[in-house]
Design a protein around this ligand. Structure first.
Ligand code: FNR
Length: 191
C-alpha cells in the first residue's frame, strides 16, 4: 500500500525554512522511499477559527477543502518553527479547524520537523504532542528532528534549498520511521 502523507508548514512566510524542509522531504521520499507519497498542503488560506463560520455542520469552502485533504491522508508530517516556545498560531488554527466534529485527525500517524532559533524548535514539539493527545494523532517518538537555522554555517543554499547531507540523512530517518509506523497502524486496523 502507498502511505499518503499530508505535509503542513507552520510558517506562512515565503522564504520559510520549514517549508523548505517539506520540499526536501518530498524529494527524498520520491528518490528513496517506496510506498510513500508526501503532498504539501498550504494552510495560509484558512480564515481565523470562528465557529460562527460553521453553518448547519458545514464549513467555509477553503476549510472544507483543507479538512478533506487531512481526512484522505494516512499520516501527517508537521514542519513548524517555534514561536514563543510553542507552535505557531497558523498551525494551531489549522489543527483546530480540522478538529471540529467530525475530527479529521483521528488515528493517523504523525511526525514533527522543526527549523527554528536556539533550540531548533525543540520546546514546540511537546506542545504539538500535547495537542495530538486530544485530536488522537499518534506521533513517532524517534528520531527527533530539530534544526537551528541561526547557527552558521547555513544548511540551506542562497535559494533556501536544504543542501546539507547530514541534515538530509536525518530527515530521511524521520520519514522512514513515519512510513514504518504508518504501516503498523494500518495493520492494527486490519485485525
Ligand atoms: C520566533 N523565533 C523563535 N525561535 C525559537 O527558537 N524559539 C522561539 O520561541 C521563537 N519565537 C519566535 C516568535 C515569533 C513571533 C517569531 C516571528 C519568530 C524565530 C523563528 O523560529 C525563526 O524566525 C524561524 O526561521 C522561522 O521559521 P521559518 O519561517 O523560516 O519556517
Amino acid at each position: 500500500p502507498v502511505i499518503k502523507v499530508a505535509a503542513l508548514c507552520g510558517s506562512v512566510r515565503k522564504g520559510s525554512f520549514n517549508r523548505s524542509l517539506i520540499h526536501s522531504a518530498i524529494e527524498i521520499s520520491k528518490e528513496s522511499i517506496k510506498g510513500m507519497e508526501i503532498v504539501y498542503i498550504d494552510i495560509s488560506p484558512l480564515p481565523m477559527l470562528n465557529t460562527d463560520l460553521e453553518v448547519d455542520g458545514t464549513f467555509p469552502p477553503v476549510v472544507e477543502v483543507f479538512r478533506k485533504k487531512i481526512l484522505e491522508a494516512d499520516s501527517i508530517l508537521f514542519a513548524s518553527p517555534e514561536y514563543n516556545y510553542s507552535i505557531t498560531a497558523p498551525l494551531k488554527n489549522a489543527i483546530d479547524w480540522a478538529s471540529r466534529p467530525p475530527n479529521c485527525w483521528a488515528d493517523k500517524a504523525a511526525a514533527i520537523l522543526s527549523a527554528s532559533g536556539g533550540s531548533g524548535g525543540a520546546r514546540s514539539h511537546y506542545h504539538l504532542r500535547q495537542i495530538g493527545v486530544f485530536v488522537d494523532l499518534h506521533f513517532i517518538n524517534k528520531p527527533e528532528f530539530f534544526l537551528n537555522v541561526f547557527q552558521p554555517p547555513s544548511k540551506f543554499d542562497s535559494n533556501g534549498k536544504l543542501v546539507d547531507a547530514e541534515v538530509k540523512e536525518k530527515l530521511k530517518g524521520v520519514l522512514l520511521a513515519l512510513h514504518a509506523f504508518s504501516l503498523r497502524l494500518q495493520t492494527k486496523h486490519l485485525k
